[in-house]
Design a protein around this ligand. Sequence first.
Ligand SMILES: [Zn+2]
Length: 143
Amino acid sequence: MDPLNESLPVPMMTVLSRKFWEAAKQRKLAFQYCSKCDMLQAYPKPCCSECGGEELSWKELSGEGTVYSYTVPRQVIDNSPVFAKGLPFVVAIVQLREGPRLISNIVGLPPEEVKIGMKVMVTFEDVSSEIALPKFRPLVSES
Ligand SMILES: [Zn+2]
């Protein structure tokens, strides 16, 4: 476990998000899927944000994506020491191969080496006994 995360706030598991977090703990990225309109949604909701359908299942994704956009915070405005000690880090919008976008961190390389369009792969970071955060690292092609 990254010692940085020991005091960072941890996401709360809710009835809606439980399956997402259970999958993440097993190193899987799973999103809600609406079979009525063939849509994946990144953030759990009681119904499909596209058609309003309530019959949602969960689908495992590949974990592959590209960096759609990103920013590198270099200071914290509220002087939060737990966030300040992790600076600088990369906050990115990752375009997942299957369609949805997810806000996460890019890890495993210096922030100045992150590029828009870069291929990335999900990786999971345990932050509590129940929660593993999906983050993304550069996808190294096996050639
Ligand atoms: Zn739908």
